[in-house]
Design a protein around this ligand. Sequence first.
Ligand code: GRG
Length: 293
Amino acid sequence: MKLERYLEGRRLDVEAAFDKLLPGKKVLPSTIHEAMRYSIFVGGKRLRPILCLAAAEACGGSRNKALPLACAVECIHTYSLIHDDLPCMDDDDMRRGQPTCHKVYGEAVGVLTGDALQALAFEIAAGSRGSRRYPVGALVRELAVAAGSQRLIAGQVLDLEGERKKLGKAQLVRIHKNKTAALIAASIRLGAMSADAGPKALERLTDFGEALGLAFQVIDDILDVTRTSQQLGKSAGKDLKAGKTTYPSVLGLEKSRAEAGRLTRKAHRALEGFGKDGARLREIAVYLLERDY
Ligand code: GRG
């Protein structure tokens, strides 16, 4: 199957699952459930859930079994975007091509929508099926660690503290390993864990996820300076305005592109032991390297 069709098919699977997992719009209090549905369904590439499903397949597992975990990761991601867009953080009006959650529902409901999606992520993960090596508690823990104060939140704190300071490449990498790569790697690991991946396969996929996550962020930084807000569906040129150190500001555009290529090759090398089973993940890495939104 062509990659575009695969991505579209998996996106639809994830969205159909969400329709069942999210409380209905009319469930009281309806404001919060409407805002949760708005934020999930407004758009998004569904990269993390798709990677979770593709990793399960690469390990010989079933997509259906991994689907709740894929949705749980997307809940954490969407909550982080909602909170990141709040006036006390990056203060943004546009996300996924539409007004941000707090612009539509107000700041207080924006905070609560993020909170509710985070709680829902754990509810969904707790209701998923574990495998022989990884009982459901291990899956919930995996998600909690990736979303917690030493990974996703750590990245956000370091990012905020780094504003208007000149950071070096090592500090930049530290931010993005936590802010971006940790959740991407966890998405992949969760898919593999649901498929009962052996320790070696899980280690390889962790290396793949970490390299891919960093490559994804380098490209994100490049697009922030080379694309318009309309093309991105979020405010472009934002990093510069916020006084943030980025890959292009440290390395320049040319070297940043080379860095993204280097990281993608590193991700590919991690997949070598998978042979044909790793083909989809390999293809997704190339697609992300070449993306223009
Ligand atoms: C506020 C707890 C908290 C964390 C914030 C994820 C994050 C940390 C902030 C969001 C802003 C940002 C630029 C994060 C880096 C990760 C990233 C590139 C997110 C955008 O992910 P995409 O492009 O978004 O996959 P879609 O909308 O396609 O899902």
